[in-house]
Design a protein around this ligand. Structure first.
Ligand code: AMP
Ligand code: MG
Length: 388
């Protein structure tokens, strides 16, 4: 297990006050080690889990040569004339049948419509690799090998809570200056769909003792803790002190929008530890920082090999303002127009406007170095469907 300072020292030009998204992710990934617990589950129960060991195929699939189509298997030796159609399958529709006799038209290729033993999976070779997410295709593939149980990584336990004196839980009346705690709902949703076992620690008031108690409980019970609020410049001081008191934590200003402030590290209590992600408070910033830092980190903790999501190219319907020197994740609507993917923004892009996340079906990812976008320019989008 390396220290956070060691992970940071591997990153060139590290500046915690203007950290590019890619460098923050580099530090996070190099500091995180997958959880080690493994359990054996029946195949269906393993849906959505991460394979803990390679599965080596115990058989060839298919186990013997067979026909891919309904038809007639033909050996040249059985034909009246020597035709070069050794071991081939002639499809039923091509054949003229008359009682016990059939007539095969010319033009048949040797070996056509044959499935060879082992053409899907070969005995003794790895069929699935450790770190693979088990989706419906993998469940079927495992079943095709005759295997009924698989070794998967245990579920990740993730604690989360909201911080803020202004927060009110759903079901109570709002007084002036108060807001409903929506982050606990978005976080709960994102963590649950990522496949985590969630521990909801509620709303924690801006009070050092309560905050410390919540962090201690999270460190003792969970693999990771995700919080929202309390890390922005105006109010960070005692949150920072509390976090720093419990372990190794760094406080970043990330060169991105939305979502500049973020805390990351590992806290300890009762001989246990948890990775800490202190996200900003604004509802859109919470979701953006979760998707672009926490998601990949938690998948890595779960033992997943591939965590990157594809970026697609789309045409900008309108101009977009953008300054070089930070990554922006604007909320977009991607649509097929005249045979081409085209994208427009959802409207106001403020970090408190959660309706922009609900309306959007993609993030418009404006890269660190990129400047303003003109209508008709091609840019990169990340489809939200894959993000959970
Ligand atoms: P903070 O980072 O704590 O200063 O919060 C930034 C902004 O996000 C403030 O306007 C907060 O009221 C708002 N905010 C913080 N936490 C939540 C939450 N759990 N739900 C909704 N809004 C929040
Ligand atoms: Mg706050």
């Amino acid at each position: 297990m390396s220290t956070l300072q060691q992970a940071i020292s591997c990153v060139s030009d590290y500046d915690p006050d203007a950290l590019p998204v890619a460098k923050a992710n580099e530090v996070i990934r190099s500091f995180i080690d997958p959880v080690s617990g493994v359990e054996k589950l029946p195949v269906r129960a393993a849906l959505g889990r991460v394979l803990a060991k390679d599965i080596v195929s115990p058989i060839d699939v298919p186990s013997h040569d067979n026909s891919a189509m309904d038809g007639y298997a033909v050996r040249s030796a059985d034909l009246p004339r020597a035709e070069a159609i050794t071991f081939t399958v002639v499809i039923q529709e091509a054949v003229a049948a008359d009682g016990e006799r059939i007539t095969i038209p010319p033009g048949q290729e040797p070996g056509q419509n044959r499935r060879l033993a082992g053409e899907d999976l070969q005995k003794g070779k790895p069929a699935l690799r450790s770190g693979t997410l088990l989706r419906p295709a993998e469940l079927g593939l495992i079943a095709s090998l005759g295997i009924g149980e698989v070794s998967v990584r245990r579920k990740l336990k993730v604690a989360f809570f909201s911080t803020g004196d202004e927060l009110v839980s759903v079901g109570k009346k709002l007084k002036p200056g108060e807001v409903y705690d929506s982050n606990r709902y978005t976080l709960w949703g994102m963590l649950t769909r990522l496949g985590c076992e969630v521990i909801d620690l509620g709303v924690v008031r801006d009070d050092p003792k309560k905050l410390e108690a919540a962090f201690r409980r999270a460190a003792a019970e969970a693999d990771a803790v995700v919080t929202s609020g309390g890390v922005s410049v105006g109010e960070a001081d005692f949150t920072k002190q509390t976090m720093a008191k419990l372990g190794e934590v760094v406080f970043w200003k990330i060169a991105m929008r939305p979502g500049r402030p973020m805390a990351f590290g590992r806290i300890r209590a009762r001989g246990k530890s948890a990775y800490l992600f202190g996200l900003p408070g604004n509802p859109v910033a919470v979701m953006v920082t979760f998707y672009h830092f926490v998601r990949g980190a938690l998948l890595t903790l779960m033992g997943r090999r591939d965590t990157d999501l594809p970026l697609l190219r789309a045409k900008a319907e309108t101009a977009m303002r953008k300054k070089p020197g930070r990554t922006e994740y604007q909320r977009g609507i991607l649509e097929l127009k005249n045979g081409e993917w085209s994208v427009r923004l959802t409207g106001a892009q403020g970090s408190g406007i959660l309706s922009s996340m609900s309306e959007a079906n993609c993030f418009v990812v404006l890269a660190h170095e990129q400047g303003a976008v003109k209508a008709g320019d091609y840019l990169e989008v990340m489809v939200m469907d894959g993000l959970v």
